[in-house]
Design a protein around this ligand. Structure first.
Ligand code: KIV
Length: 307
């Protein structure tokens, strides 16, 4: 587990928005139960969730005040230069979870169970969830609805909080015939609604809704007691999640329409490194003040004996 700060002893006796982990102005550790009780319909603030895959960015997003850090399997294409999330395994995920946990964030650290780490059987899924928890995750996320219930139950039985993820589930890219918006017709919308209700009923503390029409997300959000966290699911969800590299303009692929870019860090980084390269080539880096200097005695020795 993360060695980050834990909820204060009085946390269980807190009431109202405070016990629901609203955190305004405070630095209280965000926990899965605190996230579970946050619903906009009850007047709570939207949940802010973003991915991070390493210690420096985990620090940055935590200092920015996000509620949840997702160590997503999107590490594959955003950090590791891989084509698809299907290419990452449990050991790679654990490596990145540990890096994020070392930032000791106040935000809740949720880790993605990668493809095939929870598809064989419940025992295998539980072993893999434990690998992520031992690396520092405080909850795991997995993709799929009703057919995942036995696996979710097994992980919950081991006291590991589980976040569901339905709609456009990237690990099902081949079965879906591509990364395309889901729940576009009545039958699929009803299936999504049933999936969300089943995940909430079994005990998931939150459910990600990805790539679904906004009206569907609105109805699903109203149908479950736990928060929904949307990505490409409109404005009605109880929270929003984005991939950090899309937010910062660091993504190498074209960003989807829902991924608002708030900075051009790739541009800023390119400009900084090209200034450094120009300075090295012009002989203006390093300067006198950026160098260590020999004592007079050492300089005399260098001049008289070694030069
Ligand atoms: O891996 C990821 O980044 C995700 C989010 C897109 C929800 O699962």
């Amino acid at each position: 587990m993360s060695e980050g700060p834990v909820a204060e002893p009085g946390a269980l006796t807190r009431t109202g928005a405070e016990s629901r982990g609203s955190n305004e102005g405070g630095r209280k550790k965000v926990t899965a139960p605190a996230v579970a009780s946050r619903k906009r319909s009850r007047g709570d603030d939207p949940i802010v969730m973003v991915t991070a895959y390493d210690t420096p960015f985990a620090r940055v997003v935590d200092e920015a005040g996000v509620d949840v850090i997702l160590v997503g399997d999107s590490v594959a294409d955003n950090v590791l230069g891989l084509e698809h999330t299907l290419e990452v395994g449990i050991e790679q995920m654990a490596h990145h979870v540990a890096a994020v946990a070392r930032a000791r964030p106040r935000a809740l650290v949720v880790a993605d169970l990668p493809w095939m780490s929870y598809h064989v059987d419940a025992a295998d899924a539980l072993r893999n969830a434990a690998v992520l928890v031992r690396a520092g995750a405080e909850a795991v996320k997995l993709e799929g609805g009703r057919r995942r219930i036995p696996v979710v139950q097994a992980i919950l039985d081991a006291e590991i909080p589980v976040m569901g993820h339905i709609g456009l589930t990237p690990q099902s890219v081949h079965a879906m015939g591509g990364l395309r918006v889901q729940a576009r017709d009545a039958a699929a919308a009803e299936a999504l609604w049933l999936d969300a209700k089943a995940l909430a009923a079994v005990g998931c503390f939150a459910v990600v809704l990805e790539g679904v029409p906004d009206a569907v997300a609105e109805v699903v959000t109203g149908a479950v007691d736990v928060p929904t966290v949307g990505i490409g699911a409109g404005r009605s969800c109880d929270g929003q999640v984005l991939v950090l590299h899309d937010v910062l303009g660091l993504s190498s692929r074209p960003s989807p329409r829902f991924a608002r870019r708030y900075a051009d860090l790739a541009g800023a980084a390119r400009a900084a490194v090209s200034s450094y390269a120009s300075d090295v080539r012009a002989g203006t880096f390093p300067s006198e003040s950026e160098s260590y200097h020999a004592s007079d005695e050492l300089r005399r020795f260098l001049d008289e004996r070694l030069r």
